[in-house]
Design a protein. Sequence first.
Length: 190
Amino acid sequence: MESITVVGVDLAKSVFQIHGVDSDGTVVLRRRVRRSQFLKLFERVQPCLVGMEACSSSHYWARQLEKLGHEVKLMPAQYVKPCLKRGMNDAADAEAICEAVTRPTMRFVGVKSPEQQATMMLHRVRTILTRQRTQLTNALRAHLAEFGIIAPISRTGLDRLLAIIADRSDNRLPETARISLGCSQPNWTW
């Protein structure tokens, strides 16, 4: 392959856009490649500087390209935008990334290890589960308030509401409501 010094990669779900230039800034590579062909292409390219926007899969691809000897730099998407010369499309984005990665004042995102990504995932999942728990608790309180059933805002109050839902002898809650709240078994608890 021709002497490529800088490559900009626009990552997508299944087709990636590649834009490569030589040391004079002349375009020597402009290609769309499928995910399955991406690393095969870079195996044929001499080690060079590769720029990508920091996104969900960019850390994985950066690690793979670094194994092939390439220097990979990840940039926040908002820092690449000013380099975009024309309308937004994958080819224009790849060209903008290629230009942005060579800017001397560009700020880069460090490539994260799988362990670092796993830790970040743990925090995000915990945040999501906490938010969902709060949503469910608030929805449960609101539904039961429709029947005049109110309890204090605390874990104890929630336990009282759950006991009312599970108590089939409590006539304040119609059976249809009890079923829709997930209590179709007599000994059901949360």
